[in-house]
Design a binder for this molecule. Structure first.
Ligand code: B12
Length: 212
């Protein structure tokens, strides 16, 4: 029994096998965050196979569903370990317009909540104005925007531009993430922070808020 088998089960889109294996691994004392990180690599690999037409959409969909099933099993455990106490900050979190990739965003939400942040999940395929309206309604500190496609990355930029237009840029920190994004893109669009993964996000976001 190994992490590799779990990755293979997700890769082949076998959700029930992936669920059973993740339960076993947990039972053996495996770290749930280590599992998520290995499975993220598996999904990146699948993305490459998909781009090379070596696998097709149905396989991506099944793998996505299997990963979601595993995350559902890991969630209570990660939550249990979470910090309790005063809120570290309020975050509006969503996936930008035109983009339906929500697995990463859901993991970020889980990690933020278990590390003392309040999160308003605005879902996926969210237009820029909605991010801002939700941030106003929540009195958020941070707007977190995920994008998984080069074609939807401009949505992150649009949020920042719209904040500027409204004279509200100083009110919220804008944090971006998602596989095709990066520090260079964050600098280019003037985002306050780029996070490569969900594990580092709570610490980096807390640092960002404490800076000011
Ligand atoms: C699974 C998947 C799908 C699933 C999504 C299921 C779901 N419910 O989310 C399905 C099958 C539906 C799908 C559909 C499509 N997909 Co797709 N998909 C993927 C795949 C393989 C994995 C994504 C994933 O879940 N990764 C696992 C998670 C855990 O990682 P993550 O999302 O990167 O998130 C982590 C970090 O990035 C970070 N993070 C992410 N967001 C944020 C936000 C903040 C604020 C912070 C702090 C951190 C953070 O934290 C997360 C956890 O560590 C990627 C490949 C890839 N390299 O990403 C392609 C990929 C994104 N898809 C792609 C494509 C082309 C499509 C389709 C257009 C295919 C089609 N022909 O229909 C559609 C588009 C649908 C749409 N409009 O959005 C391309 C995009 C290419 C591009 N233009 O950039 C990719 C890159 C594959 C490829 N190489 O061709 N897809």
């Amino acid at each position: 029994m190994s992490l590799k088998e779990l990755c293979q089960a997700v890769e082949s889109g076998n959700a029930s096998k992936a669920e059973a294996l993740s339960r076993k691994l947990l039972h053996e004392g495996f770290d749930p965050l280590q599992m998520i990180s290995a499975l993220t690599e598996t999904m990146n690999k699948l993305g490459e196979l998909f781009a090379r037409l070596e696998i097709f959409l149905p396989q991506l969909m099944l793998a996505g569903e299997a990963l979601t099933a595993v995350v559902d099993i890991l969630r209570p455990l990660i939550m249990e370990r979470g910090e309790k106490g005063a809120s570290k900050g309020k975050v509006v979190l969503g996936v930008v317009k035109g983009d339906l990739h929500e697995i990463g965003k859901n993991i970020v939400k889980l990690m933020l909540e278990t590390n003392g942040f309040e999160v308003k999940d605005v879902g996926y395929d969210v237009d820029s104005l909605t991010f801002i309206k939700e941030a106003e309604a929540m009195g958020a500190d941070i707007i977190g925007a995920s994008s998984l496609m080069t074609t939807t990355m401009p949505g992150q930029k649009e949020i920042i531009e719209l904040l500027k237009e409204k004279g509200m840029r100083d009110r919220y920190k804008v944090v971006i993430g998602g596989a095709p994004t990066g520090q260079e893109w964050a600098d280019l669009i003037g985002a306050d922070l780029y996070c490569e993964d969900a594990t580092s996000a709570p610490r980096l976001m807390a640092e960002l808020l404490n800076k000011h």
